[in-house]
Design a protein around this ligand. Sequence first.
Ligand code: FAD
Length: 471
Amino acid sequence: PPSLIWFRSDLRVHDNTALAAAASEGPVVAVFLRSTAQWLEHGHGANKLDFWHRGVLALRAALHGLGIPLLHRDIDDFAAAPDALLALARETGARRLHFNHEYPLNERRRDASVVDAFEAAGLSAVGHHDGVAFAPGELRTGKGDFYGIFTPFAKAWHRQVTPERLALRDLPAIQASLPVASDPEPELPALDTAPAAPENWPAGENAAADRLERFLRWRARHYAERRDFPAESGTSSLSPYLALGMISHRQCLQAALAENDGGLAEGDAGLTAWVNELIWREFYQHVVVGFPEVCRHRAFQAHTEALPWRDDTSAWRAWTEGRTGYPLVDAAMRQLRATGWMHNRLRMVTAMFLAKHLLIDWRHGERFFLHHLVDGEFAANNGGWQWAASTGTDAVPYFRIFNPITQSRRFDPDGRFIAEWLPELADLPAKERHDPSPEQRAARRYPMPIVEHRAARARALEAFKGLGPEE
Ligand code: FAD
C-alpha cells in the first residue's frame, strides 16, 4: 500500500524530509488539508491565503511530474484533521503517514492528536524535523535550558552544525501510476478582501529558486552594506517562500556555502550576514517550543505584562493607515498595505513606534502585521514584535527608542523610499522629506506628528520604569 505525505507549510518536492522518507518506503499519495477558518482565526489574511493557495497549485503540478497524486480536502479547523486523515488512509489503504513538524503550539497539538488517532487505529504517523537544522531542544544552554538570547544560540548553532544536517534530501523518483487520482484543482476560498499585489509573489519552488539565484548573483555580496536601506532592494525577499516552505533553509544555506567557498561563519561579509538572518529564523522556531507561553499571547518577559498600555483608537488608526505624521513610519505602513510586505528595518521602526511612542499593546500590532504580511509567520512575527516592544527574548533595552526622524535620515538618506510611498511629499527637496515644516505639511495635506518624539519617549520610559526591577 502507498504511504501518505501530509503537506502543510513545506510546499515543495525538492529537499523535503518527510517526502523523501515516505518515498524511500514505496509509493506515496500526497494530502493537503485546507483549514481556512482556522487560519483566519489565527489571524492570517488574504495576502498569505492567496499565496498559500497558489503554492498548493504549484505543488500539485510538481507532484504530478513525479506521478504522485494530491488529495486536497477542506476541513473546518485543526480538530477535524485526525478524522480527515484517517478517512484518507482508509480510502487509499495507507498504513503510514509522514509529515514535517510545525512548531507553534496549536500546530503541535493538532499533530499530537493525529499521531494518537493513527496509533489508536493501528496505523502510524511520523513527524520529521525539516524546517530547521536542529530540532527545537537540541541546542541548549550549559544549564540545559532553551536559549532565550540569540547570540549564544547562534554560536552553539555554528559549533554544532555538520554537513549531514544541511545535506539536501533526495528528490523522489518518478513513481508508477497508482489507482488513486488527484482531486481536481481547488478554487481559491472566498476571502473578504482581494490580495494586495499577487504579481510580486509568483508561487512555487521554481519561483523561489529563481529568486535565490538572482539574490546570490546580484545582491548577496552587498547584503551587509545594503540590507538596512529600504529604497534599495538589498535583501532576498525570500521570506514568503521560506514561511510556506517553497524553499528550504538547507537550499538557502547550501547555496550560500557554495558562493562562500564552503564557509558559513567566515568569509564574505554579505553572505555570512545573510546566513545569520537564517539562524534568527531558526532561533524563533526554537523559542516557540521552549517558551510556549508566547503562543498564548503572553510576553516572554512576564514582568512586562504590567505595562500600562494605552487604549487610543485614533492613534491606532493613524498608525494602521500611515497617517502618524512621521514620514518614514507612514511610508512603511503604506508599503505593507499595498504590497503585503515590509522591509525589515521598517518593521523594527514601525513596531517600536506603536509600542513605545504610542504605548499601544504590541499584540495589536502583531495581529495587524500577521493579517497583512504575505510572509506572516507566527514565530518570526511574534519574535520581532516582542523584540521591538522590549518584552521578548533579546529584547532591546527599553530605553533604546528609535527616533523615527533620525532613522529616516540614516536609512533613507535621499528620501527615495518616502517619495515612493508618500507621493504627496515627493516634490520636497530630499533632505526635507524626513520632517517637513508645518507649512509644507499644510500645503500637502500631510498631518502634523500625532505625538512629539521627546514627550512620547519620556512617557515610554516612565511606563517601563514603573515596572520596577525585573524579577
Ligand atoms: P533577508 O534579509 O533576505 O533574510 C533571509 C531570510 O532570513 C528571510 O527571508 C527570513 O526567513 C529570515 N529572517 C530575516 N530576518 C529575520 C528576523 N529578524 N527574524 C526571523 N527571521 C528572519 N519574518 C517573517 O518571515 N515573517 C514574519 O511574519 C515576520 N514578522 C516580523 C515582524 C517584526 C516586527 C519584525 C521586526 C520582523 C519580522 N520578520 C518576519 C523578520 C524580517 O523582517 C523578515 O523576515 C524580512 O524582512 C524578510 O525579508 P527578506 O526575505 O528579504 O529577508
